[in-house]
Ligand binder design. Structure first.
Ligand SMILES: [Zn+2]
Length: 382
């Protein structure tokens, strides 16, 4: 039987050990800290992910799915990480390496460390059902609290999105809407109520959000999105846009701006009993213009105010959009990029249509012909 020292020596002989400089030169390496939670809480190497040694084998595949990338494992002194590197090699990782001297040497040599942020006890309680999910956890919740999501419209689609994004703890929500709350809105626009009839929708939605979650900072834009104000609004650093617009000029305007700025749009639209959801992630998938090069003739594109809509439908479509927005913010799951999801409320049926990028798209194609804002009202009236 081998003693611990002998086993360690034997393991170290089998795995690749690197010093800090060599580790930093490994292209595309993923850094994994295998220490205990209390050690991690005292600081870690910037960019590292934390998988305690005890759960390494069970969690590495979901956190580091690419087995070809080098994995730099470290612990306090380089012992636990040597065993960890051996395990990863057995799991088929091509180049697991153990950081010699571990975090102790790293810190002693004056290299940079990150002190982890953590949630306050109040936030841990509020978001406990997120924290319990391994794909989210405390780290994911902190990501949500840092994220910035813009809602275009505080109407049927924007209402459920505002409520669920706020409840989820998305730390910064922007709302663009010029309208005021009208009685006919209350059949579906659940962010508003009798208490806010006659108020601007952005103020009404802000009140609802603030009553639900004080962690959320709400920025309101009581204006219609136009080519004159869109840059000023997007300059506020919005990372994801939930599109609840109800007209074509706004959709094309938003699309063009998002392609130029590389901001993903979670698109939704509704009519009577039918809804559509997709994600336009610039250059990763098609854009709105790839899908709809031309707007439909005006008579074929009635809005809710003209054609009507089942009250719960925007609730369903808006929550599907919110699901996509949260996934994008967390960087988990498969977003609806290149997939148009169609919902039929009467049949209760979902269909998915695959949509490709159009290489000749005038905005996101190889040789774009539209490179600045056009007159969108005129474009859609043709
Ligand atoms: Zn396109």
């Amino acid at each position: 039987m081998a003693s611990y020292r002998e086993l360690l020596q034997q393991t170290k002989a089998e795995v690749e050990e690197v010093d800090a400089r060599e580790a930093q030169e490994l292209d595309g390496a993923v850094w994994v800290d295998v220490r205990r939670h209390d050690e991690w809480d005292e600081g870690y190497i910037p960019g590292a992910i934390h998988i305690p040694r005890g759960s390494l084998e069970s969690r590495i595949e979901s956190r580091v799915p690419d087995r070809t990338a080098p994995v730099v494992l470290y612990c306090a002194t380089g012992e636990r990480s040597a065993f960890a590197a051996k395990s990863l090699a057995e799991l088929g990782y091509e180049r697991p390496v153990s950081l010699a001297g571990g975090f102790v040497d790293w810190k002693r040599n004056g290299r940079e460390i990150t002190l982890p942020r953590s949630l306050s006890p109040e936030r841990r309680a509020r978001y406990s059902r997120h924290i319990l999910i391994p794909e989210i956890g405390e780290e994911g919740q902190l990501k949500l609290l840092d994220s910035r999501i813009l809602l275009l419209g505080a109407g049927g689609l924007g209402s459920p999105a505002a409520l669920y994004l706020a409840a989820a703890g998305v730390g910064h929500i922007g709302i663009v809407d010029a309208d005021i709350v009208d009685e006919s809105n209350l059949q579906r626009q659940i962010a508003h109520s009798l208490n806010t009839l006659g108020s601007p929708k952005v103020d009404s939605a802000k009140r609802t959000i603030e009553a639900l979650n004080p962690d959320v900072e709400v920025t309101t834009y009581r204006e219609r999105l136009t080519s004159e104000n869109i840059d000023a609004i997007l300059d506020d650093g919005w990372e994801i846009i939930v599109d609840g617009a109800d007209n074509f000029p706004t959709r094309y305007l938003l699309n063009d701006a998002s392609v130029w700025r590389g901001i993903p749009i979670v698109h939704g639209s509704i009519y009577r009993f039918e809804g559509q959801v997709t994600v336009f992630d610039p250059h990763a998938g098609p854009c709105y213009r790839c899908l709809f090069p031309e707007p439909p003739p005006v008579e074929l594109a009635p809005s809710c105010s003209e054609g009507g809509v089942l009250g719960v439908l925007p609730g369903i479509v808006g929550t599907l959009q919110t699901n996509e927005a949260l996934k994008l913010a967390l960087g988990i799951g498969d977003p609806l990029v290149g997939r148009l999801l169609l919902f039929d409320a009467l049949a209760t049926e979902f269909h998915e249509v695959h949509v490709n990028r159009n290489p000749n798209c005038p905005v996101c194609g190889e040789n774009p012909t539209i490179t600045e804002y056009v007159d969108y009202v005129e474009f859609c009236a043709r």
